[in-house]
Design a protein around this ligand. Structure first.
Ligand SMILES: CC(C)(COP(=O)(O)OP(=O)(O)OC[C@H]1O[C@@H](n2cnc3c(N)ncnc32)[C@H](O)[C@@H]1OP(=O)(O)O)[C@@H](O)C(=O)NCCC(=O)NCCS
Length: 166
């Protein structure tokens, strides 16, 4: 197996990521949030148009994770002012999990942060996302806070904030 993690630079790659995000989110959040909220969040945060605007207007960038050339995961990142680096998205297709690819993705996140001179990586994770929480704890992230975010349409995100010191 050969894993590559490369920056998304073209519109067609971003469309590919949006298509994968739609699939992964409709699998991994089932039981955690309602179908209505999944649809709403995918449209608001992970549609092609939403990601294009994050990239153009908010300083985000995305990395595509491929195994033997096939897209199977993605990472969304946002360098912020000061010493913090925001890990906005970390998603891997279900059939690829549990084999160390997630660990490789996180190592890449840390390398990106260090290269930019950042001192800390932070992320938000749904309080019921047990697997991701276990992965973050195993990797050395620590809970530093919790936050409830109103995302509109009557929906909220009920999250822990995790931080990793680089
Ligand atoms: C989060 C995610 C990217 C991790 O990828 P993964 O391939 O499953 O992770 P890995 O197999 O590389 O495991 C990473 C580390 O966590 C550990 N780990 C994995 N599952 C674990 C569990 N249930 N309990 C404890 N440790 C666990 C692994 O042993 C590994 O540690 P090591 O590198 O010291 O051996 C993947 O599970 C995913 O996409 N989940 C669904 C989407 C999601 O919830 N994303 C996060 C949103 S905030």
């Amino acid at each position: 197996m050969s894993i590559t993690i490369e920056k998304v630079t073209t519109d067609s790659e971003l469309r590919e990521v949006a298509e994968l995000a739609d699939k992964i989110w409709h699998e991994c959040f089932v039981g955690m949030i309602s179908y209505g909220q999944i649809d709403y969040m995918v449209e608001k945060f992970q549609s092609y148009e939403a990601m294009q605007s994050q990239i153009k207007e908010q300083g985000y960038y995305y990395l595509a994770v491929r195994e033997d050339g096939e897209l199977c995961g993605y990472i969304g990142l946002k360098p912020e002012s000061g010493d913090r680096f925001f890990l906005s998205k970390l998603y891997l297709r279900s059939d690829k999990r549990g084999r160390g690819i997630g660990a490789e993705m996180l190592e890449r996140v840390f390398a990106e942060g260090r290269a930019l001179g950042k001192k800390r990586v932070y992320l938000t994770v749904n309080k019921h996302n047990d697997r991701a929480i276990a992965v973050y704890k195993k990797t050395g992230f620590e809970i530093v806070d919790k936050v409830v975010t109103d995302i509109g349409n009557g929906y909220v995100m009920d999250d822990y904030i995790f931080e990793y010191v680089l």
